[in-house]
Design a protein around this ligand. Structure first.
Ligand SMILES: [Zn+2]
Length: 172
C-alpha cells in the first residue's frame, strides 16, 4: 500500500483541446489548429481548453461563409499558439492567438478579392474581413463583431479602409 505522501508530485495540469473535438458542422479543432509551418517545425499548436468558446464561434462563423459562398474553404492558418504566431511574424496580440481569426481562400468561388467583396456585401456578423496582399482573406469572429473591412497590399502602404483591388500596384 502506498501512503499518499509518497505519491509523486503532480505534474502541471495541461488542459488542451483534443484535435478530434467537433466545433461546428464543418470544422473540428484539428482543422483550426493545422498549419504547414507548425507541422514542418514540430510546433505543438494545440489550443488550450479556455479557447473552446472562441474557436466554436470562429468555426460557426466559417460555416456561415461556406453557406454564403457555396463551396468549401481552404484554411491556411486559424489558431496560432504564441510560438507559431511569432514564427510567422504575426503581431503579438493577433486575433489568431485567441482562436478568433482564420486566413482562407475559396478557389472554387473565386479570387481572394471576389471572396472579400462577397463577405463585405453580405450581412454576415464578422468582426474583421481583411484582403491580404490580394492572395487570401483574414476573417475574424468575436463576441461583438464590428464588420470592419480592410485591405493590405504592402507593408509600406499599410491598411486601407474597405476592399481594394491591385490596380497599378505590384503584389507585395
Ligand atoms: Zn490572419
Amino acid at each position: 500500500m502506498i501512503h499518499w505522501r509518497s505519491m509523486p508530485h503532480p505534474s502541471p495540469v495541461v488542459c488542451l483541446l483534443a484535435p478530434a473535438t467537433r466545433l461546428s458542422r464543418h470544422f473540428t479543432v484539428a482543422d483550426l489548429m493545422h498549419s504547414d509551418t507548425a507541422v514542418r517545425e514540430h510546433i505543438d499548436n494545440r489550443p488550450g481548453i479556455h479557447l473552446q468558446q472562441n474557436l466554436h464561434r470562429l468555426a460557426s462563423g466559417l460555416d456561415t461563409i461556406i453557406e454564403l459562398l457555396g463551396y468549401p474553404l481552404e484554411i491556411s492558418s486559424a489558431y496560432r499558439c504564441a510560438q507559431l504566431n511569432a514564427r510567422v511574424g504575426g503581431v503579438p496580440d493577433s486575433q489568431h492567438t485567441r482562436g478568433e481569426a482564420a486566413d482562407f481562400t475559396c478557389p472554387n468561388f473565386g479570387s481572394a478579392i471576389e471572396v472579400s467583396l462577397a463577405l463585405a456585401r453580405s450581412s454576415l456578423a464578422f468582426d474583421q474581413c481583411i484582403l491580404e496582399f490580394g492572395r487570401w482573406v483574414h476573417v475574424s469572429f468575436t463576441e461583438q463583431p464590428r464588420r470592419t473591412t480592410l485591405t493590405i497590399r504592402s507593408a509600406a502602404e499599410g491598411y486601407l479602409a474597405g476592399i481594394h483591388g491591385n490596380e497599378g500596384l505590384p503584389f507585395a
